[in-house]
Design a protein around this ligand. Sequence first.
Ligand SMILES: Cc1cc2nc3c(=O)[nH]c(=O)nc-3n(C[C@H](O)[C@H](O)[C@H](O)COP(=O)(O)OP(=O)(O)OC[C@H]3O[C@@H](n4cnc5c(N)ncnc54)[C@H](O)[C@@H]3O)c2cc1C
Length: 387
Amino acid sequence: MMFKRTIFDAHHLELKDQVSGFLDSQVVPFHDHWAAQQATPRDIWHQAGENGLLCRTIPAEYGGHGGDFLESVVVIEALADRRISGILTCLQSDIVAPFILKLGSEAQRKRWLPDFTCGATLGAIAMTEPQGGSDISALTTTATSHGNSFVLNGTKTHISNGSEADVIIVAARSDDPGAANAQPAISLVMAETERQGTHRHAISKAGMPALNTGQITYENCVVPETNLLGAKGMGFIYLMTFLGIERLVLAIYAQAFAERLLYDLIADCDGRPTAEGTVLDYQNTRFSLADLYSSCAVNRAFIDQCIVAANAGHPDPKSACMAKLRATETLRQIAALGVQFRGAAGISGDSGQQAMQDMSDSAVQSVWGGTSEIMLDVIGRGLASVL
Ligand SMILES: Cc1cc2nc3c(=O)[nH]c(=O)nc-3n(C[C@H](O)[C@H](O)[C@H](O)COP(=O)(O)OP(=O)(O)OC[C@H]3O[C@@H](n4cnc5c(N)ncnc54)[C@H](O)[C@@H]3O)c2cc1C
């Protein structure tokens, strides 16, 4: 670990060993193959469940581990530290499951959460549409009331686990404003993917290739009203609220990924001999890496502060935007130098392939969960209130 941290206790460190053991034996040896295939075997989700990687914070009464947010952090960081994208458990555990826990009825929690924890059910959340993902209020997928059902129509794109998930939280425009008042009338509907009128396919991509990413089209897909999450028409407010924790989760992943890349790059520069010593002995290399090391140290302190606040039940959405912005932009700088400072080895052979993959994987981080421009917009809109 690069930086001294004080947020974990012995129990978290024990969990870290358990998670690391599973990832090193069951995931890392196969991950390059999954990335090349752009597919991760479904069984690995069951194994992840059996080995305690899923739904750490979901209460035991709903089949979860009843742990604190720090347990989730342990799992997220263990994944990022190994550059794992194929089985991004935080999507299931810390982004999708909390919607069901916090907004779902007792029946909905009991129906889905135990299977989320053991990996029998794979979940996803679908906000983004082909015409744009940054402005959620402009989404056009509709959930039209029809008797005791909703009828879904529209297309969602770039959805993580989208073409493999068993159930997807679909953000769709309702046909009446419900309780949303001035907000766009969006509702969140749990749509099982086996339902008629669901058409989907995987999207191939350069970044995080082992992670399934799908496009889903709903064509008169009938979903019972009992699958509505929370109140009708309140979806926009729910999404904005939950995006805070989603962005913190993505910042945690990006920060641990950045530290891994920087650590590897320092080691490679130090190990590459030159006529005068090593690549690390060049002043330019040292200055650049010292600058990024300092950024990582400062980001680490701020993100740990955000983690502690979230663990105490006080996550701050704006701080999450700042954390995601800084962690992902620093990560992208490190990944770019990971190519340059390795010379030809940064673009050729196994090391070059890894450096290029790191660049592509890094590019994903400043796009999903809201782009860096959107982070700046959210932070910027609150500037007057800091005076
Ligand atoms: C690997 C991957 C996984 C994903 N998983 C999911 C998922 O599980 N669920 C889901 O719903 N979505 C998911 N997404 C989609 C992701 O959230 C969107 O890609 C992202 O929100 C940006 O939307 P967009 O791609 O439509 O870009 P656009 O919104 O079209 O933006 C294009 C460009 O315009 C800029 N821009 C847009 N609005 C503004 C503005 N107001 N001010 C300044 N600049 C602006 C953007 O920053 C960007 O540079 C995923 C994306 C990727 C790459």
